[in-house]
Design a protein around this ligand. Structure first.
Ligand code: ATP
Length: 397
């Protein structure tokens, strides 16, 4: 794709719809304005309060249910929590569809405070593979034009945008977020669908593994939320071939790096075996899916001529790529399995902005005048209503 590099003055709403977190903001900005859990909660009315309300006529208590979004949603204890994006894919089932629609409306009106209609929008998604891919994008286009009433809409694969955020248009993007890890070859800005390899192991699974390891260690199970915070603070990736750390060994290094304060105020020192053990699921066991394996599958699926370009720019992105030592471990495992010619040139790029790479790439792309040329306009949508799926298949990336 030829990129025209004049800057566009108009603000474009940029959204990255992750399994764990929605990132939202405006084009041209360096970082998302808000990052909120991709969740909606419906809290049921307390039945005893309802009975009481019937007698006293208390209208507040008579409310049947209350809806919460994002951070507030996941904090609700007696509520039904709906997560509309699972393992990277927007779910086209109820109640997930309704939750996604409401969440998008909430993000536009309350989080970004966009009152007026008619704003352009760019969405970064993890495209499902196979037949279902365009069904999801068709549905999202319908919601954006019919309910949110955007002026134009561009939908891009997160991987192409993540690569773009590093100033590259060719490379192998290895994205690992909350629900999915994927290896996506990108050529001249386009993801190559038949060479995308995914595994359903990512940040969520590391947190769960840490939760069970810590439950064994402490004798009590800590919440997922606490374990997520612990993971982000103390976990890291072990160097290649470093097995055999004794179960009770403490890190020889920085004490601060291994200590964590539990919600009850107790400060604990987390053993190295746990700090690295939880993240090891990204690297699988014999015959299991692993990050290096999906990279190799992707590299081996593209044309021979293109492989050299891929291995020279293996770009890690997404929240889970923030784990310390992930890039050197991936590089070392790829080096030991690739052919000798390719292994000489492997470079794994670990950009400082990698956590929000897809959103940042979207923000950069939406600032270019090329955005207007590639986005689906409201008029095109209206004219193509009889075949929205065909339209998104032609005009999303
Ligand atoms: N410093 C960190 N160290 C380790 N993990 C981190 C760090 N920061 C964020 N994460 C993890 O990254 C994950 C969220 O990443 P991201 O926002 O890219 O996912 P997502 O886009 O919601 O999900 P997906 O791409 O899988 O659909 C969470 O599991 C979070 O705990």
């Amino acid at each position: 794709m030829e990129l025209e590099c004049t800057m566009d003055e108009q603000d474009v709403v940029v959204l990255d719809t992750g399994s764990g977190f929605l990132k939202v903001g405006f084009s041209g900005e360096d970082a998302p304005r808000a990052v909120l859990p991709t969740a909606m909660a419906t809290a049921m009315a307390d039945e005893s309060r309802e009975d009481e309300a019937a007698v006293t006529g208390d209208s507040a208590a008579q409310k049947k249910s209350q809806v919460f979004y994002g951070e507030e949603a996941i904090l609700q204890e007696n509520a039904q929590i709906t997560r509309p994006v699972q393992r990277g894919e927007i779910q086209l089932t109820q109640p997930e569809k309704e939750a996604m629609e409401n969440l998008l409306e909430h993000v536009f009106r309350n989080v970004l405070g966009v009152e007026q209609e008619d704003l352009p929008c760019l969405i970064a998604d993890t495209m499902p593979l196979g037949q279902s891919s365009y069904a999801t994008r068709q549905w999202i286009a319908e919601v954006m034009f019919e309910k949110i009433k955007v002026k134009s809409l561009a939908i891009f694969n997160t991987a192409a945008l993540s690569l773009f955020s590093t100033g590259r248009t060719r490379g192998l993007v290895v994205e690992s977020g909350e629900g999915i890890t994927q290896a996506v070859p990108v050529f001249e800005g386009y993801a190559i669908p038949h060479a995308i390899f995914k595994m359903k192991v990512a940040g969520h699974d590391i947190t769960q593994r840490l939760q069970s390891m810590m439950a064994e260690e402490l004798g009590t199970k800590q919440s997922h939320r606490t374990m997520q915070a612990m993971k982000e603070k103390v976990c890291f990736v072990a160097p290649s071939g470093s097995g055999g750390i004794p179960a009770d060994a403490l890190d020889s290094g920085d004490e601060e790096a291994r200590s964590f304060e539990l919600p009850d105020g107790q400060i604990i020192q987390v053993k190295e075996k746990i700090r690295t053990g939880a993240t090891e699921i990204l690297f699988g066991g014999e015959g299991e899916a692993s990050m290096p394996k999906i990279c190799l599958d992707a590299i081996n699926t593209v044309d021979l001529d293109f492989r050299q370009d891929l291995v020279k720019s293996v770009v890690v992105a997404g929240g889970t790529s923030m784990l310390l030592n992930l890039a050197p471990r991936l590089r070392s495992e790829l080096k030991s399995t690739l052919s000798s010619e390719l292994s000489k040139t492997v470079e794994v790029v670990s950009d400082s902005q990698r956590r929000f790479a897809a959103w940042i790439g979207g923000s950069m792309f939406a600032s270019l005048s090329t955005f207007d040329q590639v986005a689906i306009t409201k008029q095109e949508y209206e004219e193509g209503k009889s075949d929205v799926r065909g339209l998104v298949a032609r005009k999303t990336f």
